[in-house]
Design a protein around this ligand. Structure first.
Ligand SMILES: [Zn+2]
Length: 408
């Protein structure tokens, strides 16, 4: 599915083409089917009120536009993910009336696709090894004129002898380098339906449109990590535990003399580093599942240009973004478990209570009493759908205040 090199020239045309398609209605004669919407929770604990509100919105946006809805377990971070969490989250989402079409997607099952994408970029000389520690990067970005949060390019233009030395230095400590994208732009523009920042700027200094349909968000693109470094991987390509250090040495030899193509390739038969970065995984995932619309919390707005640029390089169709405001706790910070009964298990009134809270938080965008009248057993996302008017959604973050506390 990853078409790489030949797409560079045609990508602009593709983008215009997809905008034209987006104007067509599903089922219309000659109209092409719209990409699906999706929700993609990370299985590292219970979903909370803020997650459910975003999930309900993602479902409403998709269904309002006649899109299918996909569900994906974002378990690329294997250490922080658990199967137990994934099961509970899916159960909770079903209880909240958020269904999906097609198979359940899991990032851990898509690693070969991430590797293919990495390989496609590698073949074009767009991948290089980075030997920096977090501390190195933190110190380098303090330099004047550095884009906030952007990688300063320390390892971008190292010579092969410097690379060999740094690689050996890491290997001695049982570590492997990260792989970064050799970005050819500093900024990228994405289609953003609903960004924050009515003042015209968003996170990372990006510019945000007035939020009207067809708006754009322009933000920073840097040499993002494609595969993380860290400890030498223990798992070999064939499974099992075949000699980690031998694999690294073989890898270093294989890379010698060629800084571009083949950079960071794993040794054949040696251990495989599957620590793909989220930015790479999510772009491949959305394309695999036919996703055309990404509704998510606006804390991810500044990642959108990086992800869209990667999709462009990989010849994948651009998605439309809808970054919605987060639910905040009483302290004005992002909602967290410390804020009280915010999981489905604890929420006052359970799923019914939570759906009512979410419906009321959507302001003029839904008709809560019409939904109540339509659904005999409490409000459901499906009951909210007929009156959903996305253009009336509140653009400010919503604040959760636990009931019955003195602060309420
Ligand atoms: Zn570096």
């Amino acid at each position: 599915m990853v078409r790489a090199a030949e797409q560079m020239e045609t990508a602009g045309g593709e983008q215009r083409g997809s905008e034209a398609r987006a104007a067509e209605r599903p089922g219309e004669p000659g109209g092409e089917r719209r990409g699906a919407g999706r929700y993609a929770p990370s299985p590292s604990g219970d979903l909370h009120l803020g997650n459910f509100r975003t999930a309900v919105l993602a479902w409403l946006f998709a269904k309002h536009e006649g899109r299918e809805f996909r569900m994906r377990i974002d378990d690329i971070d294997a250490q922080r993910s658990s199967e137990e969490s994934a099961k509970q989250q899916l159960l909770d989402l079903a209880t909240m009336g958020i269904g999906y079409e097609g198979r359940l997607w899991r990032q851990q099952e898509c690693c070969s696709e991430y590797e293919k994408a990495l390989e496609a970029l590698r073949e074009r000389g767009l991948v290089y090894e980075c030997y920096c520690s977090r501390k190195d990067i933190a110190e380098a970005v303090r330099a004047p004129h550095a884009a906030p949060g952007a990688y300063p390019g320390t390892c971008r233009d190292l010579g092969e002898s410097e690379r060999a030395a740094k690689r050996a230095e890491l290997a001695e400590r049982g570590r492997v380098p990260a792989l970064r994208l050799r970005a050819e732009v500093d900024e990228w523009e994405v289609r953003e339906r609903f960004a924050v920042g009515a003042n015209g700027t968003g996170a990372n200094g990006g510019n945000v449109s007035d939020g009207s349909v067809g708006g754009v968000y322009r933000g920073v693109v840097d040499d993002m990590v494609l595969r993380r470094g860290g400890n030498v991987p223990k798992v070999s390509a064939g499974g099992g535990d075949a000699g980690a250090s031998a694999g690294v040495n073989a890898g270093a030899d294989a890379m010698g003399g060629d800084a571009g193509a083949g950079a960071g390739a794993d040794a054949p038969g040696g251990p495989v580093n599957r620590d793909y970065a989220y930015n790479l995984a999510v772009v491949v995932d959305d394309a695999l599942a036919g996703v055309g619309q990404v509704v998510r919390g606006d804390d991810l707005l500044s990642s959108a240009p990086r992800q869209a640029y990667l999709a462009h390089l990989l010849g994948l169709p651009p998605v439309e973004y809808v970054h919605v405001p987060l639910v905040l706790g009483p302290d004005g910070k992002r909602l967290a478990k410390r804020d009280g009964a915010v999981t489905l298990r604890d929420f006052p009134g359970g799923a019914e209570g939570m759906l009512r809270w979410i419906a009321e938080s959507l302001g003029e965008a839904v008709d809560v009493s019409a939904a109540e009248a339509a659904a005999a057993r409490g409000i459901t996302p499906a009951a909210l759908l007929p009156t959903f008017r996305p253009e009336l959604l509140p653009r400010e973050p919503v604040i959760w205040r636990p009931t019955g506390t003195p602060a309420d």
